[in-house]
Design a protein around this ligand. Structure first.
Ligand code: ZN
Length: 209
């Protein structure tokens, strides 16, 4: 049957009912990363950290981020990749420009996304956080499809884990990191999940990081 678009029709929402099972998001494409470690016993997974990444920087659509997170990047594929090839990093999730969701690490495990970091008086944010990478840069807006997937993912994560806050990488490592950058629209995140907007008392930005 042919359907006709109406002014109120919304775009396809392939991830509208995302849910987690045993730390894995149903609806995400799984690309298993070896770069994870057990979380400390008894730790509450209560923080989400938003990042951006693109490889080569500022270019979209390659498989280089997936290669970086699975230790298979070609050191000769682009300038600077020789240094990347020695890294052992990952994130739990990667949201591509078209909204596709990729998962590399179970949320029950610690992914290597935050590095040296601190939030609300606690060091080592990898221990208690979930890392989400958006394909992008600090220098241009993200796509509507990425926000759609992100908000659906965040809702699913909030059901599965006792989240207390969603912050940027720049918030937990302010001396080292700038992502997700000035174009990331925090108002969309906090409008959808107002309970996860950090209270001012939680912000601590030590000068030494
Ligand atoms: Zn980052």
């Amino acid at each position: 049957m042919t359907s006709t678009a109406s002014p109120n029709s919304s775009p396809l929402t392939p991830h509208a009912s995302l849910a987690l099972a045993n730390g894995w998001c149903q609806g995400a494409r799984q690309v298993i990363s070896p770069n994870f470690s057990p979380r400390p016993a008894g730790v509450a997974i209560d923080l989400v950290v938003i990042h951006n990444i693109s490889l080569p920087p500022g270019e979209f659509g390659s498989d280089h981020v997936e290669r970086l997170f699975t230790n298979t990047i070609d050191p000769h594929a682009a300038p600077g990749y020789a240094d990347l090839a020695t890294l052992r990093v990952s994130a739990h999730f990667f949201i591509r420009r078209d909204g596709e969701l990729v998962q590399f690490v179970s949320t029950h495990e610690s992914a290597a996304h935050a590095g040296r970091s601190r939030w609300a008086g606690r060091e080592r944010c990898n221990d208690f956080s979930i890392g989400i990478e958006l394909e992008g840069t600090d220098h241009m807006p993200f796509e509507a499809a990425q926000y759609e997937t992100l908000l659906n993912l965040l809702q699913a994560l909030a059901v599965a884990h006792p989240l207390r806050a969603i912050v940027g990488h720049n918030d937990i490592a302010p001396e080292r990191k700038t992502d997700p950058g000035p174009f990331f629209d925090w108002s969309q995140v906090y409008a959808a999940l107002p309970q996860l907007k950090p209270e001012i008392s939680l912000w601590d930005k030590p000068a030494a990081l």
